[in-house]
Design a protein around this ligand. Sequence first.
Ligand code: SF4
Length: 188
Amino acid sequence: MHFSGRTWRPPYEAHSVIIQATSGCTYNKCKFCNLYKNECFRMSPIEEFEEDLAEIKRYQPNARRIFWTGANPFAMSYENLKLRALTVRDYLIKCQTMAMFASIRDIKGKDVRQLRKLRAMGINGLSIGVESGDDETLALADKGYTSKDVLEQCRKLDEAAIEYYFVYMTGLAGMLMYGKEAETKNKR
Ligand code: SF4
């Protein structure tokens, strides 16, 4: 299997088969996050992805759920996601769902019609680190979107019947405010 860099999956995906679709993060700017600070974003070449699928087929031919690793494989274009989803189905005929991490930014470039098609191909179960619903906190964390964006983009997922899970960070605003104050004091 071609795993490189940091491989990360949510605990509730413990029983899913994992495959690397991307590594690193396309954004890499959130103030509190250093998960992928030393890695550049990379999309696994389709040949590499296929080799891994062939290996999974050898050892787990009946896999029903597969988790694509990387901070945000959903950043891929609609065409690229479609190609990979159909390739998964070629190798793993019993696979019902393909889950992955996604950012609110990654949904923006896809319309509901495309999202519905991805859902029909098996893409379902997006883990989204929204962190907060408060605009001030989102700005402090430099998440790159607002609460309005979260609502708009997730309504599209609802329309397409794509399931998603939010990750929230409790105490984030306090931590960022404290960091900011400490930074100001150190400059004085
Ligand atoms: S989008 Fe996620 S992985 Fe990327 S920097 Fe922000 S929190 Fe970290």
